[in-house]
Design a protein around this ligand. Structure first.
Ligand SMILES: [Zn+2]
Length: 191
């Protein structure tokens, strides 16, 4: 029989709840450290990032996407950050990219090519979607992790809805050692 991850998860979860495995994690939705993190979905960071920065349940909001990128001023990342700042008592933002990110050098054309191969839609539907949505650009990553962090910090700081006194920091983490490099110090460099 093929391994079934969903079944594994549901079985484990049943025991977890029954044995009250949740008890050490009980907290509130308000982040105790009054901060929000935007970071990458990279699997190496799942446990490493919280450990490397001494982060526990209930302390900070974490938003993840591919590359820790702010794509545009009205994307869902910015919306999440604004919700954290206005509704959930966060006061500062950490944008944490990492070395060796899969979004480096990724081209939208490469993804589209794969998508079309695995799709039953007609070519005209692909072309229509691509034209309407600028899909090739939308799917493209970045040239440099450090530049991406600087640009994402700038994009957030320039945002008209960001509270004036919000500190926005930019960092890069080593996905093996957890070592942080400071790219933008939001305590020194004001918006
Ligand atoms: Zn990444």
């Amino acid at each position: 029989m093929m391994a079934n991850l969903l079944d594994d998860i549901l079985r484990y979860n049943h025991t977890f709840v029954e044995e009250k495995g949740y008890e050490p994690y009980v907290t509130s939705k308000f982040p105790d450290k009054k901060a929000v993190i935007l970071t990458c979905m990279d699997t190496r960071l799942t446990e490493l990032l919280p450990k490397a920065i001494h982060l526990h349940n209930g302390e900070m909001k974490i938003i993840k996407n591919a590359g820790a990128v702010i794509t545009n001023p009205s994307d869902s990342v910015v919306r999440s950050i604004l919700v954290a700042l206005y509704e959930l008592t966060a006061e500062e933002v950490f944008i944490i990219g990492h070395h060796g990110c899969g979004m480096t050098g990724l081209t939208g054309d490469r993804i589209l090519e794969k998508a079309y191969k695995r799709s039953s839609e007609a070519e005209s539907i692909h072309e229509h979607f691509e034209k309407e949505n600028g899909a090739a650009e939308w799917l493209t990553g970045f040239e440099s992790e450090e530049e991406n962090i600087k640009e994402s910090v700038d994009a957030l700081r320039r945002h008209p809805l960001l509270p004036d006194d919000t500190r926005v920091h930019g960092l890069l983490i080593d996905p093996e050692t957890g070592k942080l490099d400071l790219v933008v110090d939001g305590n020194k460099e004001k918006a």
